[in-house]
Design a protein around this ligand. Structure first.
Ligand SMILES: C[S@@+](CC[C@H](N)C(=O)[O-])C[C@H]1O[C@@H](n2cnc3c(N)ncnc32)[C@H](O)[C@@H]1O
Length: 272
């Protein structure tokens, strides 16, 4: 299936990393593909994948949306056609709590398109609380159909990243993109879920990479360019530092050149 771009706006989205991953995997022969911090899954959408695999994330609304788009995008489109993009409609839809899988996905996509900066942020009770973005945006229906076709045949699960371990086999490729949460002050970004990705979680991630190395699978991980991250992951593979423009807004908006670390066990000769 041909590469496409993601269908949602997602903080920490990796569309900027697509050319680097394309170069890294160009000559790599791999089997199944796993993305256990899928978010907007920019890398998944950019790759021409040889086989199947699994996408997963801990955010229930996001995962429900991916499943619904894979299973029947036209049912979502029917709901979206009923929604208006003005401010009053936005707050009515934001307050709604639909139970139907496809209507929930339509609400998610509508809010993603029309909220301020496309942020996904919830309060302690798990209620979505991002204000209206004054964009009068619409969702691209053709994109939804293309995304549905690309997701066809892939497993999509709501789970903690470490749960993926037993599925991974020799020759698989795993793209790891955890929240960059060394400290709230360092990243300026607060959260996708009502829980915080801690340093202990980063250590659990190092354990998953040990497992990947042990079974003989490939991984690419992005993470914050921070000495604590270097300390935790320094013996897991080779590391490169990349620079990008940060676009995350928020209370302390954080824009400008940002360094990120990429760790991988893909041999250098595969990418030359
Ligand atoms: C940096 S974003 C991924 C962005 C994605 N690569 C993209 O291109 O849009 C990190 C994701 O990890 C998810 N996440 C946070 N904690 C998690 C956990 N313990 N297990 C699985 N996913 C988690 C968040 O919900 C978020 O979607």
């Amino acid at each position: 299936m041909a590469p496409i771009t993601s269908f949602i706006r997602w903080a920490g989205g990796k569309s900027w990393l697509v050319p680097y991953v394309a170069q890294l995997t160009e000559k790599l022969e791999y089997n199944n593909y796993y993305e256990p911090f899928m978010g907007g899954a920019s890398i998944f959408f950019s790759l021409n994948l040889p086989k199947g695999g699994c996408l997963s994330d801990i955010n229930e609304e996001l995962v429900n949306t991916f499943c619904a788009v894979r299973d029947d995008p036209n049912r979502i489109i029917n709901y979206l056609k009923e929604y208006k993009s003005d401010e009053d409609s936005y707050y009515i839809i934001r307050e709604s709590e639909p139970e139907d899988k496809y209507q929930r996905a339509a609400r998610f996509l509508y809010l993603n398109a029309n909220s301020f900066n496309g942020l996904y942020r919830v309060n302690k009770k798990g209620k979505y609380n991002v204000p209206y973005g004054h964009k009068n945006a619409t969702v691209n229906y053709q994109r939804l159909l293309d995304v549905g076709a690309k997701l066809d045949g892939f497993e999509i699960l709501c789970q903690d990243f470490a749960t993926i371990a037993p599925k991974i086999q020799k020759g698989d490729l795993i793209f790891l993109d955890p929240p960059y949460t060394v400290s709230k002050e360092d990243t300026g970004f607060v959260g996708y879920n009502s829980t915080w990705f801690s340093l202990e979680d980063q250590r659990r991630l190092a354990g998953l990479i040990d497992h990947i190395n042990k079974v003989g699978a490939y991984y690419i991980m992005t993470n914050a360019a921070h000495e604590t991250i270097l300390e935790i992951f320094k013996d897991k593979g080779r590391m490169v530092t990349l620079e990008r423009n940060s676009l995350i807004g928020g209370k302390k908006s954080y824009r400008g050149k940002v360094k990120e670390y990429i760790f991988t066990n893909i041999p250098e000769r595969s990418s030359t």
